[in-house]
Design a protein. Structure first.
Length: 106
């Protein structure tokens, strides 16, 4: 994401996934993406309609997310994965609480 916003200068970064793919939806939210909506019957896959969920981060939201990522990822150089501190649990203000709402469970 840093490359997309800081180097390329993009204003918007999107994530889309099958609305039934709960791990992908959770990953998007965990990374700070905002749920924007659902395209109903967006595709036909194996003869069935498939809904697509859309998430995004925009350039104005990136600085808060970048600082959260820096504090979260920096210790990986010095600590094994099992001992890495999760900033969300450690009280770092989660960007989603600043900019986003959490959609109701589907």
């Amino acid at each position: 994401m840093q490359y997309v916003f800081d180097t390329l200068g993009y204003r918007r970064y999107e994530w889309k996934c099958n609305s039934l793919n709960e791990p992908s939806r959770k990953a998007a939210l965990r990374l700070g993406f905002l749920f924007e909506g659902r395209f109903r019957q967006a595709l036909v896959t194996k003869g069935h309609n498939r809904d697509t969920d859309w998430f995004s981060i925009i350039d104005k939201e990136w600085p808060a997310l970048a600082s959260a990522f820096e504090s979260w990822l920096a210790p990986t150089i010095l600590q094994p994965m099992a001992n890495r501190r999760d900033p969300w649990k450690a009280g770092v203000k989660r960007a989603s609480s600043v900019f986003f709402y959490v959609p109701a469970p589907l």
